[in-house]
Design a protein around this ligand. Sequence first.
Ligand code: THU
Length: 133
Amino acid sequence: MQKDFSELIRLATRAREYAHSSFSGFKVGAAILTKKGKTYTGCNIESASYGLTVCAERVAIWKAISEGERDFSAIAVVADTNELTPPCGACRQIIWEFCGDIVVVLANLQGKTKVFKMSKLLPNPFDSKFLNS
Ligand code: THU
């Protein structure tokens, strides 16, 4: 499963700089890779109405979906934490629903990285197959 995700991490790290995180001060960047090799980036965007905040992962996914993309292979998530920042529960649900069992690459600014499959981060997921059964 391990391959070179350095470019995806670089893109997520750059996207992190655009984080709109004046309430938490916590900047996150994400970059998603399609099966055909295209990339889309996202940063977290916070609202004064805190619950409307959107995480970096979902911004990247919504950008890709809204451009017609449907098939993904990996997503990188970058934050400035020693223990690597994983996707929140809401993002795990969305990654699973829109991207399936893709590779999730976590990284920090010191070059530490860790790679997971999505099914490891969200075991026994709820998805559309239950609605159609
Ligand atoms: N956040 C992300 O963008 N992605 C994550 O994986 C974890 C949390 C954001 C949401 C909020 O803007 C800030 O980090 C603090 O929770």
